[in-house]
Write a protein that binds this ligand. Structure first.
Ligand SMILES: Nc1ncnc2c1ncn2[C@@H]1O[C@H](COP(=O)(O)OP(=O)(O)OP(=O)(O)O)[C@@H](O)[C@H]1O
Length: 389
């Protein structure tokens, strides 16, 4: 998400460590001298920190690899000389709004860690943070690939339903934990769910792979996952920006500008579960009217009371005040075709996991249009789907 909350000043947190910017002679420490940082360089045009592999990020961390990149900055695999472990360091761009957002992320991470005595929250653990050459650096435990990386590597071959159940349970546990702390993630998506381990097994491939390809697919050895990216997380009691979430996982109340709270995370969980058992994002769209048409195609008509309350920006998607202006308002034939290609939720579930699976009922509860009818994370965890073998 690019749109962020208005910025605000935050106190420095207790676990900050001072940046290693002192001249070497003054520090007088062997380790610092031996592992000195490279000379200061200009950031690139986007405000990213410029680095080479093998260099030091402060004398404590050695940069080994780039693990990912996002709106906020880059995530580097580093060796922590002090704790002697591999870590993932998110190096934030040196741009004011991203620095401010990173401070909020640190605040959220601290809040999550403080309440997680047993380490069972399934949210990534933060080790440290510091401000280095105008880049806020957040040090995390190193995790494995994301569920999206896995789907992609398997050419979007779906996960087996037993694995989807394991992922779903853990994901809902982490969301329930956050909601209990009055935090709303707002950017749940397969990219932000990481496997704890990178180990995998190779198994015979799925039908979806074309015949000329090697019939193998990878499955994680362990189903343990953790949630990352708290850069868009909102405290329940603070002012919210009106648009949140990455498009495909965005709840209808957000699209319609009705305001949002905890249930927007549960809508995202519903979309994620469909993607995991089908291999494809449920609502592959980049535009509001098409998005609403897709939702109606899969889930039936939007409730009239939500349409009536739609904000000014969303009014134009409806005719005579209530009916979606579709297909008349479509921007292209391809768009109409993309919507028509979608099936009802029941058929989608039957096609992939069978018609008697309790998964349909769970999704039906997570993908309720009206946020007040949607299952909460704790209610979803109680669903029979999670009691099946
Ligand atoms: N602890 C970690 N261990 C391993 N890889 C990680 C870790 N944290 C992040 N990554 C990798 O870095 C990528 C970017 O991280 P993250 O989503 O936190 O950045 P972001 O700038 O907030 O992204 P976005 O643009 O989605 O908001 C992730 O998709 C993941 O591949």
């Amino acid at each position: 998400m690019i749109d962020r909350e208005p910025t605000r000043k935050r106190r420095r947190l207790a676990w900050d460590v001072p940046p290693y910017e002192q001249p070497e002679a003054e520090v007088g420490n062997q380790v610092v001298r031996r592992h000195a940082s490279p000379p200061r360089r200009e950031d690139d045009r986007e405000g990213h920190y410029v680095f080479s592999f093998g260099e030091n990020l402060t004398p404590r961390y050695k940069i080994l690899n780039k693990m990912g990149e996002g709106t906020f900055g880059r995530v580097l695999e580093c060796w922590d000389r002090q704790t002697r472990e591999y870590v993932a360091i998110k190096v934030i761009r040196s741009i004011h709004k991203y620095r401010e957002a990173a401070m909020i992320e640190i605040d959220v991470l601290q809040h999550l860690a403080k309440n997680d005595g047993g380490g069972g929250s399934r949210c990534v653990q933060v080790r440290n943070w510091f401000d280095y050459r105008n880049h806020i650096c957040i040090v995390f435990e190193k995790l494995g690939p994301s569920l999206f990386d896995f789907l992609k590597r398997n050419k979007y071959c779906p996960f087996p339903v037993d694995l989807v159940r394991e992922f779903g349970r853990q994901l809902l546990e982490s969301v329930a934990y956050m909601h209990d702390l009055r935090l709303i993630h707002t950017d749940l998506k397969p990219e932000n769910i990481l496997l704890v381990s990178s180990e995998y097994v190779k198994l015979p491939g799925c039908k979806r792979m074309s015949s000329d390809e090697t019939h193998f697919r990878c499955l994680p050895k362990s189903s343990a996952i953790k949630l990352i990216d708290f850069g868009s997380t909102a405290f329940d009691n603070q002012k919210h920006s009106s648009t949140v979430s990455t498009r495909h996982y965005r709840a209808p109340e957000v699209v319609l500008g009705l305001g949002w709270t905890y249930p927007c995370d549960l809508w995202s969980v519903g979309c994620i579960l469909v993607e995991l058992f089908s291999g494809e994002a449920l609502f592959q769209t980049h535009e509001n009217l098409e998005h609403l048409a897709m939702m109606e195609r899969v889930l039936g008509p939007l409730p009239e009371h939500m349409v009536q309350k739609a904000n000014r920006g969303a009014e134009k998607y409806f005719r005579r005040g209530s009916r979606l202006n579709w297909p008349e308002g479509a921007i292209s034939r391809e768009s109409i075709r993309a919507v028509n290609k979608l099936d009802r939720l029941k058929n989608l579930v039957s096609q992939h996991v069978g018609s008697r699976s309790p998964l349909f009922d769970l999704l039906h509860g997570l993908l309720k249009f009206d946020p007040s009818d949607r299952l909460t994370a704790r209610q979803a965890l109680d669903h029979p789907f999670f009691r099946s073998p």
